[in-house]
Design a protein. Structure first.
Length: 247
């Protein structure tokens, strides 16, 4: 069952390492000893673990003995629609770990598809890097990285649909503040600002709530209704009244 598997990893930068999954408690010992990570973000689903006969409860308990923060945000392997639905939640999990000062080991099973996808999402949605630049950084550090761009752009489209009204307001204020900037540039900047604000501000929108609202085939009208309901729910927080400026 494990014949083709090896424990391997690449450091993407000081606070993020992408690698294959630990199969045994000894693998966790090695990861901690050699990498000095303080958190592990697993993207494996129960299907993955069943296939490899992994006992995640035992692995998680062993990680906690090392004082690791152990987080699991599952996605199905080789399933872009499922990855599309769960990417925002996984990016939010990674953001919370990094914001807490952790050095994070991000893994799926091989560390090739799902883990790079989530790091790509973080670098673009939260850090606002361009997808091309972020992907180049990932591939330079981990040449085998092959995130599903179908899942990535699908998730981004879903989020911009849900947050359309907020983006519209932000674009309006950008146009007011920079009247010489063209409309397309204002809209692009507004999308980036609102997406980032939604990920980093827990009082704005929780990523898991957005992504589970969006179902395959759901109408744009239905999505916009969800956006309106969420906007009304959060008006009292001052986010909308503060011109949606992402901090």
């Amino acid at each position: 069952m494990w014949a083709s598997w090896t424990l391997n990893w690449d450091e993407i930068r000081e606070d993020i390492v992408i690698g294959s999954c630990p199969m045994t408690t000894a693998d966790i010992d090695r990861i901690v000893a050699e990498l000095e990570v303080t958190a592990m973000l697993s993207l494996q689903s129960d299907e993955c673990r069943t296939h490899f006969q992994l006992d995640y409860d035992a692995l998680r308990a062993h990680g906690k003995k090392h004082r690791l923060t152990m987080v699991n945000t599952p996605m199905l392997d080789f399933d872009p629609p499922d990855q599309r639905r769960h990417l925002a939640e996984a990016v939010r999990s990674l953001h919370e770990l990094l914001a807490a000062g952790h050095r994070v080991y991000v893994h799926c099973t091989a560390g090739v598809n799902r883990a790079p996808l989530v790091v790509l999402g973080y670098m673009t949605f939260v850090e606002m890097q361009s997808p091309d630049l972020a992907l180049a950084v990932l591939k330079e550090a981990r040449p085998g990285a092959d995130p599903s761009m179908e899942a990535y752009y699908g998730c981004r489209d879903d989020l911009t649909d849900i947050l359309h009204d907020h983006i519209l307001v932000r674009a309006y204020y950008l146009a007011e503040g920079s009247p010489r900037q063209d409309t397309a540039s204002n809209w692009f900047e507004a999308e980036r600002d609102v997406l980032r604000g939604a990920f980093v501000n827990a009082r704005f929108f929780h990523a898991a709530a957005w992504i589970h609202i969006v179902k395959p085939g759901q109408s744009l009208r239905s999505r916009n209704r969800c956006s309106t309901e969420l906007e009304q729910e959060h008006r009292s927080s001052g986010v909308v009244n503060n011109r949606l400026h992402a901090s």
